[in-house]
Write a protein that binds this ligand. Structure first.
Ligand code: PLP
Length: 396
């Protein structure tokens, strides 16, 4: 009996082996510092939890409208207007089970067999896999020579008659780079001349530092607004990763198609989590400000460490909660006769010898890099960096 071909086209997670080994070591009582976290290490704020309790007490436990409750969709429209100056009507919004689900829904609605999707590298590792699941072809465009940002020139040369979509992720996981308004507008000028869809993943929009400002490419013009599917969600901004609420905003026709797709796959996102997300979006709270301040302190610790360490370098992250570190200068070096010939090997040896778990970035389109998340305590960061320093000093 044969499995569908698409199952063999999905890449195996390179990070899984490291993560499970790190978990095993922790279970054995070994003190491992985990730099792998992809989620804020803060509790969901209590006012959001209270709203969820209220939903339960009210018996708000049944199916909702497939694309989200009218109240949540209104709160999302208000958010887009307030934060991004984007005017959407409720019929342009679809609420799903996390931003990842929103991305998949969007791709299912627009990508056909053989369609090309431009993905600037480094990228969040899920993007090319979703494209392949929709039978499209990821077209990876490297940006490391351009400060990790796609330029209009590179974009133009990647476009072919088969190009169906492009994915833009600002602030970016894993680099942390944030596109300026001018940089986004320059890309928009190229895309405006085409009928290419723009999937703009803005999940980290509020986790930004140093006065950086977030812009959505959809703000550029009426035509670009129609071409763009904006992806966002509650996971990162409100430390609600487990609640699984993501949403997208798009042209009404695209949103209708996505609504149809979702109606036959998952139906509505969890009713209680939807109710709580209204509180998240509508309540003025200092939670986010404090979380970003804490992230910023930790970010500086890692960036300062990298900048003062001979063998390391990194793009200066202005958003999200990751630092992507170039470790290519240790390739060829060894420990105990074990040679580091890749980021994956470096990560394995860092776990074995330094008891730190880092993410090798081969699957993020950045094979010279490892990613460190700073969604862990300052003390753990300091401990982990000390171990990393000792590890680097031990290499021959
Ligand atoms: N987009 C990016 C760039 C991410 O890093 C993540 C999660 O790591 C997601 C989307 C998915 O978010 P969610 O947990 O809402 O599915």
């Amino acid at each position: 009996m044969a499995l569908a071909k698409r199952t063999s086209q999905i890449s195996k997670s390179l990070t899984l082996a490291i993560t499970s080994k790190a978990n095993k070591m922790k279970e054995e009582g070994i003190d491992v510092v985990g730099f792998g976290a992809g989620e804020p290490d803060f509790n969901t704020p209590s006012f959001i939890i209270d709203a969820a309790k209220e939903a339960l007490d009210k018996g708000f436990t049944k199916y909702t409208a497939n694309s989200g409750t009218p109240a949540l969709k209104k709160a999302i429209c208000d958010k887009f207007l307030k934060d991004n100056n984007l005017n959407y009507a409720p019929n342009q919004i679809v609420v799903s089970n996390g931003a990842k689900h929103s991305l998949y829904n969007a791709m299912l609605a627009i990508i056909e067999q053989g369609d090309e999707v431009i993905i600037p590298a480094p990228f969040w590792l899920t993007y090319p896999e979703l494209v392949k699941m929709c039978e499209g072809t990821p077209v990876i465009v490297d940006t490391k020579d351009d400060k990790f940002k796609l330029t209009p020139k590179k974009l133009e040369s990647a476009i072919t008659p088969r190009t169906k979509a492009i994915i833009i992720n600002s602030p970016c996981n894993p680099t942390g780079v944030v596109y300026s308004k001018e940089e986004l507008w320059a890309l928009a000028q190229v895309l405006e001349k085409t009928d290419i869809y723009i999937i703009s993943d803005e999940i980290y929009e509020k986790i930004i530092y140093n006065g950086a400002k977030h812009y959505s490419i959809a703000q550029y013009s009426e035509k670009i607004y129609k071409q763009t599917i904006v992806i966002n969600g509650a996971s990162k901004t409100y430390s609600m990763t487990g609640w699984r609420i993501g949403y997208l905003a798009a042209d009404a026709e695209i949103a209708r198609a996505i609504d149809n797709i979702q109606s036959h796959c998952t139906s509505n996102a969890n009713s209680i989590a939807q109710y709580a997300t209204i509180a998240a979006l509508n309540t003025h709270s200092s939670f986010l400000q404090e979380m970003v301040k804490t992230f910023d302190e930790r970010r500086r610790i890692i960036v300062d460490f990298v900048n003062s360490t001979k063998d390391l370098s990194c793009p200066n992250p202005q958003g999200a909660f990751y630092v992507m570190i170039n470790i290519s200068s240790i390739f060829g070096k060894s420990i105990d006769g074990k040679v580091i010939d890749s980021a994956l090997k470096a990560a394995e040896l860092m776990l074995e010898y330094a008891r730190i778990a880092v993410i090798p970035c081969e699957s993020f389109g950045a094979p010279d890099y490892i990613r460190l998340s700073y969604a862990i305590s300052k003390e753990d960061i300091q401990k982990g960096l000390k171990r990393l320093e000792e590890f680097l000093n031990t290499l021959r």
